[in-house]
Design a protein around this ligand. Structure first.
Ligand code: COA
Length: 161
């Protein structure tokens, strides 16, 4: 891709990201799950992909305070016109390199069972699905993980070669 830059996310990127977030998720209401604090307090482990001054992808992640050898990806999204070109893989590459420097050995994330693209993508990225307590369409799911009926697929990826 021409003129593509991947750089740490800045608080000033927030408005651009949040204004298109639900559209990028196919109309699902996701924006409440991404308050600005992530762009302020997790700047070193969050990235945006910018082309011609426009944000076309982002990854919001952080280091676990509870488990110092673990990192967590909260959100990753790519503009619909820029998918399937390796951009999310590139964002993850930056994230993995950043958290490795802090001694992280595994990366964790969760996704909704309805998000088949996210499940397929994370499996292609080398994540494994953690054991759950329910099976939905052959996928192991953890029931009510996020409360209010929020079943989730739990992923883990080792950063060790
Ligand atoms: C999921 C998403 C981030 C993938 O972004 P992307 O830039 O298209 O992904 P990449 O091109 O880097 O793909 C990386 C790998 O995943 C695979 N992949 C990506 N999307 C896929 C899909 N929908 N189905 C199957 N495989 C997929 C690619 O084929 C590639 O595999 P390969 O390198 O082995 O060939 C993007 O589709 C998106 O933003 N979706 C909406 C938001 C979302 O659901 N985010 C994830 C939950 S937080």
């Amino acid at each position: 891709m021409d003129d593509l830059t991947i750089r740490p996310a800045e608080p000033s990127d927030y408005q651009s990201v949040i204004s298109t977030l639900d559209d990028w998720w196919g109309g699902r209401h996701m924006s409440d799950m991404l308050p600005k604090l992530f762009f302020v307090h997790f700047h070193q482990t969050s990235f945006v992909a910018e082309q011609d001054g426009k944000i076309i992808g982002f990854l919001i992640g952080f280091l676990s305070q509870t488990f110092p050898d673990q990192a967590y990806t909260h959100f990753i999204g790519i503009h619909p016109d820029h998918r399937r070109g390796g951009l999310a893989r590139d964002l993850y590459r930056n994230f993995f390199a950043a958290v490795r420097k802090h001694g992280c050995r595994t990366v964790h994330c969760v996704t909704s069972p309805v998000n088949k693209a996210s499940i397929a993508f994370h499996l292609r990225m080398g994540f494994s699905i953690k054991p759950g307590n329910k099976v939905i369409e052959d996928i192991l799911v953890t029931e009510n993980y996020d409360g209010r009926g929020g079943d989730r697929v739990l992923f883990v990826k080792s950063l060790e070669a």
